[in-house]
Design a protein around this ligand. Structure first.
Ligand SMILES: [Zn+2]
Length: 94
């Protein structure tokens, strides 16, 4: 995978740490460094992206339902929603 996986929902680590971390698996930006596989296997961001890569709609739906009430997941939620509806634009890949 050569994508830059830096669109995960994040929050400040806090406690004097200047970096942010993934809200799901709490790996820090410096640990992740744009790699999807550095998120924990249980991480919903990783699960969502892997489901979208493989086109696994039931897995996409599972993640979508898990995060549907979370305001901090708006981008990921919208992405899943569009994939599930089959309204995907691949402009960025061309
Ligand atoms: Zn994560």
């Amino acid at each position: 995978m050569n994508n830059n996986w830096d669109d995960y929902p994040s929050r400040k680590i806090g406690g004097g740490n200047p970096y942010r971390c993934c809200i799901f698996c709490e790996r820090s930006a410096t640990q992740l460094f744009g790699h999807l596989e550095r998120h924990e296997t249980y991480c919903l961001y990783r699960k969502a992206k892997e489901a979208m890569i493989s086109g696994n709609k039931s897995e996409m739906l599972d993640v979508f339902l898990d995060i549907e009430d979370r305001e901090d997941c708006y981008v990921l939620r919208t992405e899943l929603y569009n994939q599930l509806r089959g309204e995907v634009s691949n402009d960025e890949e061309s």
